[in-house]
Design a protein around this ligand. Structure first.
Ligand SMILES: Nc1ncnc2c1ncn2[C@@H]1O[C@H](COP(=O)(O)OP(=O)(O)O)[C@@H](O)[C@H]1O
Ligand SMILES: [Mg+2]
Length: 395
């Protein structure tokens, strides 16, 4: 008998495309994105490159055909895919095999056993056969409880995130972060010099994230034990239970949650934390792309010494980690932090000293001479000069 886990991606794509068969001879306007490579990838949660390989093979086998058509939301014509009569026959055979798989479906606390191919009808289209197969693939019993599937409010633990009052520039970086959420890369490192605004940017970013569970961990404040406790509490809240799992199982469970972990201020961390994060990265490598929904963002410094890095260039190249490096603010954004419009030459000298660092510009605006003295190599006279320069307003 077929097992849910033995169904290949190729077969999944065939079953998926089956429902769009009636579109082929429909000449009314544009086709939906669902039957393009992008749509297939998104709906089946497979990477684009993988989909492109699969459709190529299926095409060669004669199970599907490719067209080039206008697609909703796209200016250019795109490749669209339809089953051939051979493909349709394959799907029929496949579905009849799959109909042997029985599922216990729980709706309103009533349980009934039915064939996986009948689920779509029974749930009024809420769960189709492919989704059902995906759901029972990881479970020990073939049980699907509708109650457990209804989305709950996301769990958001972000007490330690920064309160963002102002943020200038950084539009590109924020866009990169948003795009990253849609990509397959699980880890993002936001790197900058001290005070370049990595933590601020991450805080701003999560303000706009919707529908994901979010946990913010300030690495300065935690030991590895605290960190593991926080993760396990977070998971319990998501699952609404007290499972008391060890850390390996906790991570394992978290990997397929639609969740975002922010590890803030990864700098001068203890070795244990470095190890913890390399292990986490290893876990990401061990699961297939389709099964990892967890995203991890880390803020830290450029120039973290080699022995303190939990990833190397190799992991970036393999698409496990994406880096965003924060550049200095430009003169206009720096001017915005200072507030008043300052004369050109004075502003230029301020830029020379602060090198567009948001932190230094902010301390300058607030007149925090002592703090500037502590964190920069500047002499008292230079700081006094800066304080004077920022008063040189444009008339
Ligand atoms: N783009 C920005 N616009 C305005 N202020 C900023 C910006 N980025 C950072 N800041 C301010 O600079 C200071 C340092 O930012 P922070 O995020 O703590 O830096 P990092 O985490 O990189 O060390 C904070 O007071 C923050 O409010
Ligand atoms: Mg920080």
């Amino acid at each position: 008998m077929v097992k849910p886990s033995s169904i290949t991606y190729k077969q999944k794509v065939l079953i998926y495309l089956d429902r769009f068969s009636n579109l082929e001879n429909d000449d009314r306007g544009e086709k939906p994105e669902d039957i393009t490579q992008k749509g297939i990838a998104e709906n089946l949660n497979i990477s684009r490159t993988h989909v492109s390989r699969i459709v190529k093979k299926l095409n060669e086998e004669g199970s599907l055909k490719e067209k080039k058509e206008s697609v909703k939301g796209h200016h250019k014509k795109l490749k669209t895919y339809y089953l051939t009569s051979q493909g349709i026959k394959k799907v029929e055979r496949l579905l009849s095999e799959l109909s042997e798989i029985k599922v216990d479906l729980v709706i309103d606390s009533e349980e009934k056993e039915l064939s996986v191919t009948k689920i779509e009808e029974e749930t009024d289209g809420e769960i189709d056969a492919l989704t059902a197969l995906h759901l029972i693939e990881d479970s020990k019993d073939n049980r699907i409880d509708m109650e457990e599937l209804t989305p709950k409010e996301p769990v958001v633990s972000t007490e330690d995130a920064h309160k963002v009052e102002e943020i200038y520039g950084r539009e590109e970086e924020l866009k990169e972060m948003k795009d990253w959420l849609e990509e397959n890369t699980p880890v993002m490192a936001v790197l900058g010099r001290r005070g370049s605004g990595a933590s601020t940017l991450a805080s701003k970013f999560i303000d706009d994230v919707e529908g994901m569970h979010i946990l913010w961990i300030d690495l300065k404040k935690v030991s590895v034990q605290d960190l593991e406790d926080k993760l396990s509490t977070f998971l319990d809240k998501i699952e609404n239970q007290e499972a008391d799992l060890d850390v390996t199982d906790t991570i394992d469970e978290l990997l397929n949650k639609y969740a975002l972990l922010i590890f803030d201020d990864y700098q001068e961390v203890q070795d244990e934390i470095v190890h913890f994060l390399s292990r986490l990265l290893q876990e990401f490598e061990n699961v297939s792309e389709g099964k990892r929904s967890l995203k991890v963002m880390i803020t830290g410094r450029v120039g973290t010494p080699f022995y303190q890095r939990f990833y190397q260039q190799e992991q970036i190249e393999r698409g496990l980690v994406k880096e965003v490096k924060l550049s200095p603010l430009n003169k206009d954004d720096a001017q915005r932090i200072i507030g008043d419009e300052i004369k050109e030459d004075a502003m230029e000298r301020i830029m020379m000293f602060t090198k567009g660092s948001p932190l230094l510009l902010k301390l300058l605006r607030e007149g925090k001479e002592e703090e500037l003295c502590q964190i920069t190599p500047w002499e008292k006279e230079q700081i006094s000069l800066l304080m004077y320069l920022k008063t040189k307003r444009k008339e």
